[in-house]
Ligand binder design. Sequence first.
Ligand code: ADP
Ligand code: NI
Length: 221
Amino acid sequence: MLSKVQKIIIKDTEEYVFQLLKDDASGHDWWHIDRVRKLAKNIAENELEDINLFVCEMAALLHDVADGKLNNTEAEGEKKVRNWLSQYRLTKKESQQIMEIILHLSYKGGTNKVVLSSIEGRIVQDADRLDAMGAIGIARTMAYSGSKNRLIHDPAKKARDHLTIEEYRSGEDTAIMHFYEKLLRLKNEMNTTVGEQLAEKRHSYMEDYLKEFYAEWDGER
Ligand code: ADP
Ligand code: NI
C-alpha cells in the first residue's frame, strides 16, 4: 500500500514526466511510460516477493528521463533525475534503488546482460521489455524505423539474428530485421514469472505476425 505522501509524489512525478515526454516521437513518448508503469504494477501485484511498490512506480515513471537519446550527455540526464528526487524526503535506500534502476535501463537499453540487484528493478525491466513486444512492440518498431527513414522490409537482406556492431550502427537495418535483432529474443530475457507468462503471449503474437507478413509479401491471398 502506498502512503498519502507517496501518492502525492507519484502524481507530481507523473505530471513532470508527462510534460517532458509528451511530444517525443522517438519511442519514449508519455504513453510508453504509462504502459510500463501499469505493466510494472501488474507484475508487482502478482509476484510473491515483498515489493516496494513506490520504488517500482517511481522508477517506471522516470526510467526514460535520463536516457542518452533525450539528453546532451548521460551525466546531464542523471542530474535531471537526481534533482527531481532530491526535492522529496525519500530514504537513502529508496532513492538509491530508484537511481540504480533508471541508470541501468537508460544507458544500456535492452542489450545489457547484467541482472538488476533489486526485485523492483527486475520488474521495471520486464515491463519495459514487454512494451517492446506484441502488438504495441510491432507498432513501436515500425514507428521507430519510419522516423529513421528505414525500410519496412528488404527481401535482399536476410533477416539474421546477429548483426555486427558496425552493421547495427550503420542504421542499415529494416524494421523486420529488428524483430530478429531484439524483439524475438526478449522472451528469454524475462526476470519474473509473471513477466515470462506475459512475454509468451506477446512472443507468439509476433511469430504469427511475421508468418502473415511473409505470406502477404509473397502475394498470398
Ligand atoms: P526503450 O528504452 O523503451 O527500451 P529503445 O529506445 O531501445 O526503447 O527503443 C524504442 C522503441 O524503438 C522500441 O520499441 C524498440 O524496439 C524500437 N527500436 C529500437 N531500435 C530499433 C531499430 N533499429 N529498428 C526498429 N525499431 C527499433
Ligand atoms: Ni522505456
